[in-house]
Design a protein around this ligand. Structure first.
Ligand code: ADP
Length: 296
């Protein structure tokens, strides 16, 4: 089975009903983007420009208002078997053990119990959490929670990994080491990857192409090639620095203000996080209640 799939957005428009109920909010406006099988891309842009929306469409949680979103050539009408989605808050259930959390995706997909056991055991070993299988998320450090979210994706044997600012709550030093973990995972498995991030350095470290979206409604402003990514040493090169500068300049044209970004994330997180949870809840409500039945 292939480890990677293609993703194609063709002239995608996404409008939400406005909170006031008297109109539509256009979040994305004519997004066209093709992601090759096994390609890791990073999406960056001002808060509210439609980055999370783009991921939710690729995950099959919301449908475009017009245009199409295809994974491996097929319209994404519902969550796929081998798409793993790591949301901003990592989506861990506090009342479940590490094992049960890692098993969630498989249980939702009704994988037989014995196979769940084998795959989850292997995934926890791969991220170094075997000894914590019976712990609860509150007993884990931030970095361990992050690795648990990855174990859930690995257990799914994902061919598409979608990540919505998964490292935003992690402090700078640990963040670099987790970026290394993500890079290793991609190098070993070669899955297609879409990472949404607010960090220019993270986008350049982890994206073979960096997609810069304009302020809302999100339009594709620039796609920056970044062929040098792929090793831990890349951070120390002049090419890395040049690429960061290129992304920074592209972002400046969108009105993005890096120093305001942290505040914006907090505010946008309240608005968009609730919306995303609602969207995911609608699509995956049954699945989540099925997952609540997991027993190790
Ligand atoms: P980003 O991830 O780039 O910060 P989002 O994709 O979360 O942006 O949101 C894009 C725009 O759409 C924002 O202005 C946001 O407020 C709006 N939006 C997102 N979800 C909803 C929703 N469910 N209902 C109404 N507006 C929404």
């Amino acid at each position: 089975m292939s480890n990677a799939c293609t993703v194609d957005f063709a002239d995608v428009v996404l409008e939400y009903a406005s909170d006031a109920g008297d109109g539509r909010v256009r979040a994305l406006d004519g997004l066209t983007l093709s992601v090759a099988a096994g390609e890791p891309i990073a999406i960056i842009g001002p808060s509210g420009c439609g980055k999370s929306t783009t991921l939710h469409m690729a995950a099959g949680l919301i449908a475009p208002t017009s245009g199409s979103v295809l994974v491996d050539g097929a319209p994404v009408e519902k969550p796929r078997q081998r798409t793993a989605f790591i949301p901003q808050d990592l989506g861990l259930f506090p009342w479940k053990t590490v094992y049960q959390n890692a098993a969630t995706g498989l249980v939702i997909r009704k994988v037989p119990k014995q196979e769940v056991r084998e795959r989850v055991t292997a995934a926890l070993a791969e991220v170094g959490l075997s000894d914590f299988a019976q712990s609860y998320p509150k007993e884990l450090s931030g970095g361990m929670k992050q690795r648990l979210a990855l174990a859930r994706a690995i257990a799914l044997d994902m061919d598409l990994l979608l990540m919505d600012e998964p490292l935003s709550a992690i402090d700078a030093l640990l963040r670099e080491s987790l970026q290394d973990t993500l890079l290793d995972l991609w190098k070993r498995r070669g899955q297609t990857q879409i990472l949404v991030t607010h960090s220019i350095e993270e986008a350049v470290y982890l994206g073979r192409r960096i997609v810069v979206l304009s302020a809302r409604p999100g339009r594709l402003m620039r796609v920056i090639d970044n062929p040098g990514m792929g090793s831990a040493e890349y951070r120390d090169t002049a090419e890395f620095t040049d690429r960061c500068r290129e992304v920074r300049h592209a972002l400046a044209q969108t009105g993005f203000q890096p120093e305001a970004a942290a505040d914006e994330v907090a505010v946008a997180g309240d608005v968009a996080g609730g919306a995303a949870a609602a969207a995911a809840g609608d699509a995956a409500g049954d699945a989540v209640s099925a997952a609540a039945e997991v027993t190790a």
